[in-house]
Design a protein around this ligand. Structure first.
Ligand code: SAH
Ligand code: SF4
Length: 356
């Protein structure tokens, strides 16, 4: 390890301050920002509108680190998963999920997760640490390197969206997530629209209030139950922020942000998947007058987990019931299952390999 500062993950203001300290004029920061986040350069030597002297000085003092790609796997459905290693040796997984003409990079925000949801493999692994803003942003940068999309104009890019749905609870690492989103959406760099970024949370109510004002990204809430008692059984966070508080926070978000809120609903056999649960769920949305869109997720079981996936018939009946009440309720098919890239499976294979 050396003492060089990594520039990736610094805010624009912080970058400007670094340059100012070196006696450089303000526009240098803008040039360097573009090299890093617009052109995706990883080597100061390629920043050709800077003097040779300055390039050398930058290289002596700073780094432009990407996490190391430890493994890369491609699924039969073209989902791609990377195991990435950060400078301290900690590893996370990042997934790219392609659709027909675009796709989403699924990014992790923490190493492990402290929320302990009963159905989630990441949750059974405890929290090791938060990721820094640079570590969050650089996952997307690695994906862009691999797909060689730095030079393409926006319309042609396959990596068009980001979902903060990898390992970890983004609202438990709020400051770094906000900083990372600001970098990803900065118009002089990666310039992703905030409408193309979705933050998924298990429901940390006090932070939901701030999302719209701080970053304005789309909100997805992992609901997974149609009433308070059921939710508490599978999600410990529900005891701290019970369902009525969560629903009110969603309603407030909707009032400020407009549009709809996505609710992720994991289909767990005989636990939350009957028509009566669907009726209860629709009534819950009606009570809080929420424009809900449901994503019905097939449960991905893992060794040692107490739950089983619902049958296809149950899932379809559930979806139909919600549609009868006027709610969109697409069934999300698991992607990248052959490489364990689906929701709740991340890191699991390496973890078990390490244990054995
Ligand atoms: N911590 C955040 C984001 C990461 S989890 C959250 O909980 O929302 C991303 C999604 O995967 C969540 O909706 C989560 O409930 C879901 N998930 C977790 N374990 C799963 C499993 N075993 N099968 C399918 N989805 C799972
Ligand atoms: Fe954490 Fe989300 Fe998994 Fe719950 S579902 S343990 S919040 S990663």
């Amino acid at each position: 390890m050396n003492n060089k500062t990594d520039l990736i993950g610094l805010s624009k203001e912080e970058l400007a301050a670094c340059l100012k300290e070196m006696g450089e004029p303000a526009f240098r920061a803008k040039q360097i920002w573009q090299w890093i986040y617009f052109y995706g350069k990883t080597d100061f030597a390629e920043m050709t509108n800077l003097s040779k002297d300055l390039r050398q000085k930058l290289a002596d003092n700073f780094t432009l680190n990407r996490p190391k790609i430890v493994t890369e796997q491609l699924s039969s459905d073209k989902t791609r998963k990377w195991l990435l290693e950060f400078a301290d040796g900690q590893k996370i997984e990042t997934v790219y999920i392609p659709e027909s003409d675009r796709g989403a990079v699924c990014i992790s925000t923490q190493i492990g997760c402290a929320m302990g949801c009963k159905f989630c493999h990441t949750g059974s692994q405890k929290l090791t640490r938060n990721l820094s803003a640079g570590e969050i942003v650089s996952q997307f940068m690695v994906a862009r390197d691999v797909y060689n999309e730095w030079h393409l104009d926006g319309e042609k890019r396959m990596l068009s969206n980001i979902v903060l749905m990898g390992m970890g609870e983004p609202l438990q690492n709020y400051e770094n997530v906000v900083k990372a989103v600001k970098i990803l959406t900065d118009g002089e760099g990666i310039a992703l629209s905030k409408r193309r970024i979705t933050l998924s949370t298990s429901g940390i109510v006090p932070f939901i209030k701030n999302i719209d004002k701080d970053i304005g990204v789309k909100l997805a809430v992992s609901l997974h139950a149609s009433n308070n008692e059921l939710r508490s059984q599978i999600m410990p966070i529900n005891k701290k922020y019970p369902l009525p508080e969560l629903m009110q926070a969603c309603r407030d978000y909707q009032d400020n942000h407009g549009g709809y809120i996505t609710f992720e609903y994991l289909m767990l056999k005989d636990f939350n998947d009957t028509p009566a649960h669907a009726v209860e769920l629709a009534a819950l949305m009606k009570k809080y007058q929420i424009n809900a869109k449901f994503n019905l997720i097939a449960f991905n079981p893992w060794p040692g987990c107490d739950y089983e996936p619902s049958s296809n018939n149950r899932i379809h009946a559930f979806s139909q019931k919600l549609q009868d009440f006027g709610y969109a309720a697409p069934i999300r098919t698991a992607r990248g299952q052959d490489i364990l890239a689906a929701c709740g499976q991340l890191k699991s294979k390496k973890e078990s390999e390490n244990k054995s």
